[in-house]
Design a binder for this molecule. Structure first.
Ligand SMILES: [Zn+2]
Length: 186
C-alpha cells in the first residue's frame, strides 16, 4: 500500500489514506484505509511493548584477508625489478600471501551475529522518531518467524467489516532491529 490524498469524509477528516498497490492487488480488490486509523493501530501495537528493551542485531564481518592480499599484490607490482632486493622482497610477499591464504582456509570466516539491548526502551526509540523514520524502523525489524517466510514486520489489513465499519488489522512487529538500518534513522 502507499499513501494518497483523497476525499475528506467524516470517517477520514484529513483525507489521507493508504491505498493498495496496483502491482499487488487486482482492480476491484484494492482497499482504501484511512491513514490515521492504520497509523494509530501500529502505534498501539508498538506501545504494548514500549517498556521492553530495544534489542539490536550487530553483525561482525567474517575474518577474511582478501583485502590485505589485494594490497600485497599491488605492492608486488610496484617492486623495482632492478633493485638488489627484488628477489627477496618478492619472496617475502609471496610467503605473506600464502600465510594469509592459509589463515582463511583454517579460521572460521563466518560473520558473527549478536543480539544486544542498546540501553533504550522500544517506547523511547519509537517516540523519538518521525513518520519517515518510523517506517524505516519498522522495515529494519526482523520478523518473529511465527509463520514460514515471515522475516519482516507485517501489517495486514482485511476488507472492511460492513457491520462494524472497521478494517480488521493484524500486526506482527517481529523481534529485533537490524542495527545498520535503525541507526541510520536516529
Ligand atoms: Zn491490497
Amino acid at each position: 500500500m502507499y499513501r494518497i490524498k483523497g476525499r475528506s469524509v467524516p470517517s477520514c477528516p484529513d483525507g489521507l489514506y493508504y491505498y493498495c498497490s496496483a502491482e499487488i492487488c487486482s482492480k476491484g480488490n484494492r482497499m482504501l484505509v484511512p491513514l490515521a486509523y492504520l497509523d494509530a493501530a501500529v502505534n498501539d501495537a508498538v506501545m504494548v511493548m514500549a517498556d521492553q528493551p530495544h534489542l539490536v542485531i550487530t553483525v561482525t564481518p567474517g575474518n577474511d584477508h582478501s583485502e590485505e592480499i589485494a594490497q600485497i599484490k599491488k605492492d608486488v607490482t610496484e617492486l623495482d625489478v632492478e633493485s638488489d632486493t627484488y628477489d627477496s622482497d618478492l619472496a617475502r610477499f609471496r610467503v605473506e600471501i600464502a600465510r594469509l591464504r592459509e589463515l582463511d582456509r583454517t579460521e572460521a570466516k563466518a560473520a558473527k551475529t549478536e543480539v544486544n539491548p542498546d540501553g533504550r526502551t522500544i517506547g523511547e526509540v519509537w517516540e523519538s522518531l518521525g513518520t519517515a523514520a518510523r517506517r524505516q524502523w519498522l522495515l529494519a525489524r526482523n520478523g518473529s518467524g511465527w509463520l514460514p517466510g515471515q522475516d519482516k514486520v507485517r501489517v495486514k489489513v482485511g476488507p472492511r467489516d460492513p457491520e462494524l465499519g472497521i478494517w480488521p488489522i493484524d500486526i506482527d512487529l517481529g523481534e529485533f532491529t537490524d542495527s545498520i538500518l535503525s541507526l541510520a534513522t536516529t
